[in-house]
Design a protein around this ligand. Structure first.
Ligand code: CUA
Length: 226
């Protein structure tokens, strides 16, 4: 989870988020190089007193500074497309979780297992345990097995919500009348927090998501005890 003064991306807990971070760093590097070069050129203009009264056009330099940025953009476009298709790929999921956004809570359905379903509300600050996470903890956590492909189906019952877990690289809109799909793979045990990220009304900030990632045998124990 994110803690105080953490301005960077959270540590990844899934292969897709790892790829997203690599792409972010790659794009940022290109951005910094362009900014430094253009910044240097513009700064140096302040100290340039040369004037060429006969320079009206230059075909060669125009060609260079049109084509060069286009080529540089390709180095961002192709990795970006690769990631886009990678994120869209569904790799034979072993568990499917359906999540429904409501004003203002999430409800979950494990449809492959005897139709287990429950609502998940944020724990209000005045009811929080001393070791609870303020504004992030919920009364009923999602339990999911680690090291398995997980498919999530996202929809909403009233307005648009967005099911977003930064550490897993997942962000899917829940839209009334539509069923969206994505998948992820959690590669370690632990708690993973997320929040709704579509402005869905007065309590938009108070419908967090908590995933409890556990080893597969613990997940089977939990699912069969329900
Ligand atoms: Cu639900 Cu914002």
């Amino acid at each position: 989870m994110s803690t105080w003064a953490n301005l960077n991306l959270q540590d990844s807990a899934s292969p897709l988020m790892e790829q997203l971070i690599f792409f972010h760093d790659h794009a940022l590097l290109i951005l910094v190089m362009i900014t430094v070069l253009v910044g240097y050129l513009m700064f140096m203009l302040f100290f340039n007193s040369y004037v060429n009264r006969f320079l009206l056009h230059g075909q060669l330099i125009e060609m260079i500074w049109t084509i060069l940025p286009a080529i540089i953009l390709l180095f961002i476009a192709f990795p970006s497309l690769r990631l886009l298709y990678l994120l869209d790929e569904i790799n034979e999921p072993s568990v499917t979780l359906k999540t429904i956004g409501h004003q203002w809570y999430w409800s979950y359905e494990y449809s492959d297992f005897n139709n287990i379903e429950f609502d998940s509300y944020m724990i209000p600050s005045n009811e929080l345990a001393t070791d609870g996470f303020r504004l992030l903890d919920v009364d009923n956590r999602i339990i999911l097995p680690m090291n398995s492909q997980i498919r999530i189906l996202v929809t909403a019952a009233d307005v648009i919500h967005s099911w977003t877990i930064p550490a897993l690289g997942v962000k899917v809109d829940g839209t009334p009348g539509r069923l969206n799909q994505t998948n992820f793979f959690i590669n370690r045990p632990g708690l993973f927090f997320g929040q709704c990220s579509e402005i869905c009304g007065a309590n938009h900030s108070f419908m967090p998501i908590v995933i409890e990632s556990v080893p597969v045998n613990y997940f089977i124990k939990w699912i069969s005890s329900n």
